[in-house]
Design a protein. Structure first.
Length: 271
């Protein structure tokens, strides 16, 4: 929970990257997400991951960014690296023969490549979250959709609500859980089935609290006549500058590099 709040607070940091147009950063993220689709060559994905790590310096988020990644990599990528070698059947350099399955050098290499492939998307998404305020993104997206495509500004409102609701939901759950623990309710003891049954009573006050918050939001929106007009003006205007074009160009160049490196193939990668 603290990690989620920290990431959302990091988005309010003042830096050259944070000042960029939110839509420019969204286009950059789209380019990064395309990389795992284009290739899983580690000679391509590893330099891209390192480049995103370097982008944390001008964004002034080195400490929280690196800390979160070092916590995330072992869980998401480590699982892939451990599991994949058991299912890769095309290797010729045998390392371990377990009878029902074999572990080859090619299988380990393939697993590392797949792990780095996932790391590209994880690193890019985390970076985007930590340099983009969700309120700014929703406002910029709402203005663009309304002016160019005549789509209601209520669409970005749903986006804001979903992102804002999750931390509040987790905070409420943690508070209720701590209240049960202080009353001697042993939630972490017993078998799996018993633990699940013990958590059921927690959801009753959690649902009540969630519905109450939703009702308060709905009442506030009604008092402010939300939705009475089909179009609205926006408090902040997000202009597109040279820095925004350069940031998007960086994403395009990364995609071009991945396509070029995949056709060679770079490093002789041929799995």
């Amino acid at each position: 929970m603290a990690s989620v709040i920290q990431m959302m607070e990091t988005a309010k940091t003042v830096s050259p990257i944070h000042k960029l147009n939110p839509l420019a950063k969204a286009l950059w993220l789209l380019c990064i997400i395309m990389i795992p689709i284009i290739t899983f060559n580690p000679f391509v994905t590893l330099p891209i991951i390192l480049s995103i790590w370097l982008l944390a310096i001008p964004a002034k988020i080195r400490k929280p960014f690196y800390s979160n990644l070092l916590k995330t990599y072992p869980v998401l990528i480590g699982f892939i690296v451990i599991i994949w070698p058991f299912f890769y059947k095309e290797g010729t350099h045998l390392l371990v023969n377990l009878g029902f399955t074999q572990i080859t050098l090619e299988g380990i290499y393939f697993a590392l490549a797949q792990g780095l492939r996932i790391a590209v998307a994880v690193t890019g998404c985390l970076y985007f979250i930590m340099v983009t305020d969700i309120m700014d993104l929703a406002s910029a997206l709402g203005a663009m959709l309304q002016r160019r495509f005549k789509i209601s500004y209520t669409v970005p409102l749903m986006l804001i609500s979903s992102f804002k609701f999750l931390p509040e939901f987790m905070t409420s759950f943690d508070a209720i859980r701590q209240a049960f623990l202080t009353r001697g309710f042993e939630l972490d003891k017993g078998g799996l089935g018993e633990r699940i049954r013990k958590f059921v009573p927690l959801f009753i006050p959690l649902i009540d609290t969630t519905l109450s918050k939703a009702q308060h939001i709905a009442t506030a929106m009604q008092l402010k006549a939300f939705g009475i007009k089909k179009e609205r003006v926006f408090f902040v205007e997000y202009k597109v500058g040279m820095a925004d074009y350069l940031f998007v160009l960086l994403g395009v160049l990364i995609v071009a590099f991945a396509i070029w490196a995949n056709t060679i193939p770079l490093g002789g990668f041929s799995l």
